[in-house]
Design a binder for this molecule. Structure first.
Ligand code: PLP
Length: 367
């Protein structure tokens, strides 16, 4: 029933809200956002063609616009961020090689072992305190000097913002340093920039400042930017040409995908400018949480739209807190027994964050 239009032109969710039936405060992820009316209108009137033939004008427009924003030669529209990352791993490596990434990354934890299954590479996770992958952390993990015993490092993947590390921003000085060293050693570097616009917003810099120099990068339209589906893989012309072939291998060749790209274009043009509001709301949640019993969080460390708080000193574990919150109509995710994650987005305003804090206090202090 979600998202269907009523005769009044409201979605059923909106109609429920006007009748006083409140939907949950859904802080599980920024993927839960529903397309805006502007997106739905754009989808309705999108010009389409068969994108596997390269004939969907709206997909072509989205790809060109993404390449332009990142000042790269080309871009490819793919169904998910996972597919974008896996295409990049496939193209930058050979079977039997290693890929170095931070230990809490999406690539290592949430992509179903696909790097091994599809590309025949093994991941070498590097644990860091903050989630920021520095050259100092990467250097000892590289395997370049012993080609007869050790699997050679073929690729390093940087995640910015770093999701499970609490949405932390990796500053350009850190990645520039890393890339300079990798280039000297002929090791490729891919950016998992699922939330790169959040990072750019937090730093007050254009995305190009954070992405220049990477061999390839991906970002998601379907996270904070608010689109229903889709990500873009961005890079050089030859790389994107080969990526298009791998996308087809993975079953990611979509036909009249302009329907989705139309929403993606709205997300790309309008999404970034409102992310600061999500960041303010995340900091507001963190400030409230920092005053609650058993919670460890430093609001100053909350830089973007993700709040990860530590319950190792609480009498409750994370799954318990998440279950109790859901009884109070607030949805969150437990990352592990001691950590809960809250993610702010365009469908959760300040009032709903106040409701979430009220429920959190009730669960953490009175139950
Ligand atoms: C969400 C996400 C992805 C990929 O997401 P899909 O759900 O496959 O679109 C990749 N990396 C990070 C850091 C993410 O948060």
């Amino acid at each position: 029933m979600r998202g269907r239009f009523s005769p009044k032109g409201m979605t059923e969710v909106e109609e429920m809200e006007t009748r006083g039936v409140r939907s949950a405060v859904d802080l599980r992820s920024d993927t839960v956002t529903r397309p805006s009316q502007e997106m739905r209108r754009a989808m309705m009137s999108a010009e389409v063609g068969d994108d596997v033939y390269g004939e969907d004008p709206t997909v072509n427009r989205l790809e060109l616009r993404a390449a332009e924003i990142f000042q790269r030669a080309a871009a490819l529209f793919v169904p998910s961020g996972t597919m974008a990352n896996q295409i990049a791993v496939h193209l930058h490596t050979e079977p039997g090689q290693e890929v170095v990434c931070e230990s809490r990354t999406h690539l290592f934890n949430l992509e179903m072992g696909m790097a091994a299954a599809f590309s025949g590479v093994q991941l070498r996770p590097v644990a860091t305190e903050t989630g920021r992958l520095t050259w100092g952390a990467v250097e000892p993990a590289l395997r370049l000097a012993d080609p007869y015993n050790k699997a050679r490092t073929g690729l390093v993947v940087v995640e910015n913002t770093h999701n499970w590390a609490g949405g932390v921003v990796v500053p350009p000085a850190v990645t520039r340093d890393l890339m300079r060293e990798l280039r000297q050693r002929n090791v490729a570097c891919h950016l998992d920039g699922a939330r790169i616009f959040n990072a750019a917003t937090a730093l007050g810099l254009p995305v190009t400042e954070l992405t220049a120099g990477f061999d390839s990068l991906m970002f998601c339209l379907s996270k904070g930017l608010g689109a229903p589906v889709g990500s873009l893989l961005v890079g050089e012309k030859e790389f994107i040409h080969r990526a298009r072939v791998v996308r087809k291998m993975l079953g990611g060749g979509m036909r009249q995908a302009g329907i989705l790209a139309a929403a993606g274009l709205v997300a790309l043009e309008k999404g970034p400018q409102r992310l600061a509001e999500d960041h303010d709301n995340a900091r507001y949640l963190a400030q409230g949480l920092s005053t609650m019993a058993g919670v460890r969080i430093d609001p100053a460390m909350v830089e973007t739209n993700i709040v990860v708080f530590d319950l190792s000193e609480s009498e409750f574990d994370a799954p318990h807190v998440v279950a109790k919150l859901s009884e109070r109509n607030v949805l969150a995710n437990a990352l592990d027994p001691a950590h809960v994650r809250l993610v702010t987005h365009c469908d959760v305003d300040r009032t709903r964050c106040e409701e979430a804090l009220f429920a959190l206090r009730a669960v953490l202090e009175r139950e």
